[in-house]
Write a protein that binds this ligand. Structure first.
Ligand code: FES
Length: 72
């Protein structure tokens, strides 16, 4: 089931897969704006209907990774 989620398209406007968003978070993106900049997800023609999903991914993976303890 996890592998299936990895191929999930999150941002339909810009064709951004969940795996790319997770990669951006793992590489240090800590906010929605940083994810938008790194992946182009969330800034498509629809005005960002995928943003709640991106936010959810950020919250999930930010807690798992926690690369920068200074952010607390
Ligand atoms: S689906 Fe992501 S901006 Fe439209």
């Amino acid at each position: 089931m996890k592998a299936k989620e990895k191929k999930k398209l999150v941002c339909l406007c810009n064709g951004v897969e969940q795996s790319l968003i997770e990669k951006a978070i793992k590489e240090g993106a800590k906010s929605l704006d940083e994810i938008f900049d790194l992946t182009s997800a969330g800034v498509g023609a629809c005005g960002g209907s995928c943003r709640p999903q991106i936010k959810k991914l950020l919250e999930i993976h930010k807690n798992e990774i926690k690369k920068n303890p200074e952010e607390d």
